[in-house]
Ligand binder design. Sequence first.
Ligand SMILES: Nc1ncnc2c1ncn2[C@@H]1O[C@H](COP(=O)(O)OP(=O)(O)O)[C@@H](O)[C@H]1O
Ligand SMILES: [Mg+2]
Length: 580
Amino acid sequence: MFKYVKRYWYYALLAPIFMLGEVIMDLLQPNLLARIIDDGVLGLNNSGVGDINVVINIGLLMIGTVIVGAVSGILSGVFAQLCSQKFANDLRVDSFKRVMNLSFEQTYEFSVGSLITRITNDITQIQNFLGLLIRGFVRTLALFIGGIIFMLMLDISFGLILFCSMPIVIVFIYLFLKKARPQYKKLQENLDKLNSIMQEDVSGARVIKAYVKEKDEVNKFNKASKNLSKIQFFVLKLFSYMNPISNLILNFTIVAVIYVGGINIKLNSGITTGDIMAAITYTSMILNALLRMANLFQVFSRAQVSVARINAVLNCLPVISDGDFCEDTKIKGKIELRNVSFAYPDSPSVNVLENLNLVINPGETIGILGSTGSGKSSLVNLLPRFYDCTKGEVLIDDVNVKEYKLDKLRSKISIALQKSELFSTTIFENITWGREDATLGDVRKAASIAQASDFIEAKKDGYFTMIAEKGMSLSGGQKQRINIARCILKEASIIIFDDSTSALDLKTESLLYKELKKNYSDTTKIIITQRIASIKDANRIVVLDKGVIVGIGTHDELLEKCVIYQEIYNSQLKGGVVHE
Ligand SMILES: Nc1ncnc2c1ncn2[C@@H]1O[C@H](COP(=O)(O)OP(=O)(O)O)[C@@H](O)[C@H]1O
Ligand SMILES: [Mg+2]
């Protein structure tokens, strides 16, 4: 965390320097006031005759110190803001970068809601503390120490008063902080909860409406929100006691100052009325400084929790580490699995893929067929290293995927995921997501292969139609086709459709495959589906069952010798799905 502040050390240094300027000016004021009263008004050094010139001169000097103090204060504020804003910005960007590199499991572990809280609210807490620290800490400390010195310089007997009242204030502040401290962690955790509910419910709004669950969800939110308020209220209540109690102590101390001062005047020990006035101002300065220090500790406690939460993100090393192979390979589009087994990190004892061996040659069209949960998505997720296999090796173009630089590996593979993720921008930008230099002509061609051009061009703004968040303004099939167009446009040597044509009718789907075959004959194509009709023309079909390959071959070969394939075929024939 410190390295982020170090980058802006000059601001972090200038702010307290100017603050010191302001404090010195503040500290001079009571003393000058004492001189106006004693010399100018009461004329104590001139046998009781006041001097208007002294009043004017010192008055002007006081105005001067106020102006210098104010300018210093403003400059200190500006530098403190510059430092803390820049610090927070760097920290936010770095944390976000780290979040982008987390594996899916790591993201689930934090929860999306918590990551949002961390990158927004937690960083703001740290930023507030930093701003306060570089200005407030110096100010409070200087006012505190300076106040004591100046007061003792007035008369040593005032020290006795401070010696009595200060410990009371300190003990009292300590007790408050001790009670408040444990609340801050709870506060952030409750914020996490609130953000999680919010994020899940807003993105799942359709399901919530469909099941008429709005009331339940609002109740859930209300409960979480109330919990948050309760903790916030507790902390605020605690600190609202602090002011009146400290005022009480302050007033007692001032009475003591007047009392001790009065006795001293009576005894003629050299203390003047002006001295007493100055001592009163110093007393409140010192005690206020102590209270500010308490506030600083409070913000510190809160920031401390946030620092730990941000560090947890920053120190979370990516599970999938980069290799260093980034050369162009001669072979393009070859895939090989050697004795590959795979279990998800959260259930390491359950192999969802078991000892797979498979070679796919460049330009081949491979169908992967299997019921839901048979491991089809898990299998293709190993290729761009969304996950690493737990046993065996995955090779792309004869190089182990772990050796590649991730960018390089992922540039070879284009995958249209089962769930079409669209972004809230134009259709054009959504399609060019994987290849930003693509022209409108390229986009048109990809859309036409994906059987998407008709519905896109029928829209008023065509390719520049804005898509609402998560593609809510489109039908399932339209989203899938934009998703497929994006996948095709990337021009990778391996194209994977992970159940990404499920919402298309068979006729559209078969047109899509025909176009794909015509335009991308050299590209390796993997088509994952549950429908035999979608892949019966593939070069080979891989049949997966419970994570095991139970058959590889053409449609006809499999119909002949693969029992599971026959079963699937028969069940779909009955449903009238297979169109020969
Ligand atoms: N992120 C995950 N964590 C743990 N288990 C998972 C995860 N994703 C899928 N699985 C499990 O892995 C198995 C295979 O899932 P998947 O590859 O998605 O099947 P398919 O794509 O063939 O429908 C299923 O039993 C599923 O429950
Ligand atoms: Mg799947």
